[in-house]
Design a protein around this ligand. Structure first.
Ligand SMILES: N[C@@H](CCC(=O)N[C@@H](CS)C(=O)NCC(=O)O)C(=O)O
Length: 190
């Protein structure tokens, strides 16, 4: 997200292997003790989708997020929130074989979730067609993560989308930063 944004930023490393995210310094920013969290001056934002929309609206309105009166705004928001409210719980329910009634869960049937994403990516190259937005960082990031862990169907459209995302210059810069930190700190690669 931050590499796509192009604004200066500083990364702070939180050593999850050592349980640092459960200590007060981080827990006071997010009681769920989850990462990521951003600090922008006095503003603290947790929840990946919220971070993405916050950054895009504040620093790249009209580029990474459609303006408030832009007809693409609805689809943009829909895809930003599809990730935490539909794909993530739906894939978790499916992978963990949760016993649930689709009519009682906000994400419905897993098969419908996958078909919805697959259909949306049919035209491509991005969720909003030719227009790359922060929604691709948010939902696309989850898709790439889930592919790594075998938590999503590898349809042709989903795999091709993940590859397109991985090929973006910003993504490659971020991957290089991650690789450097991983090496410097002797972290496991998976
Ligand atoms: N709802 C959060 C979830 C983020 C999340 O799952 N973070 C994981 C790492 S990818 C985490 O912080 N795990 C630490 C733990 O639960 O101990 C978001 O959307 O950002």
């Amino acid at each position: 997200m931050l590499e796509e944004l192009g604004e200066p930023y500083e990364l702070r490393y939180v050593d999850m292997m050592a349980g640092e995210h459960r200590k007060d310094a981080h827990a006071s920013r997010n009681r769920m003790k989850k990462l990521p969290v951003i600090e922008d001056g006095e503003v603290v934002v947790s929840e990946t989708a919220a971070i993405g929309v916050y950054l895009a609206d504040k620093y790249a309105l009209g580029r990474l997020s459609p303006a408030l009166d832009d007809a693409d705004r609805g689809a943009f928001l829909r895809w930003c929130f599809f990730s935490p409210s539909v794909l993530e719980p739906g894939a978790m329910a499916h992978a963990s074989k949760w016993d649930y009634k689709p009519g009682q869960a906000g994400f419905g049937r897993y098969e419908d979730v996958i078909e919805t994403i697959d259909d949306a990516l049919g035209e491509g190259p991005w969720l909003l067609g030719e227009r790359f937005t922060m929604a691709d960082c948010i939902l696309g990031g989850t898709i790439r993560w889930f592919i790594q862990f075998g938590m999503i169907e590898k349809t042709d459209a989903i795999v091709a989308y993940a590859e397109r995302l991985g090929g973006r210059e910003a993504n490659q810069r971020a991957a290089a930063i991650n690789a450097k930190v991983t090496e410097e700190r002797g972290l496991p690669t998976r």
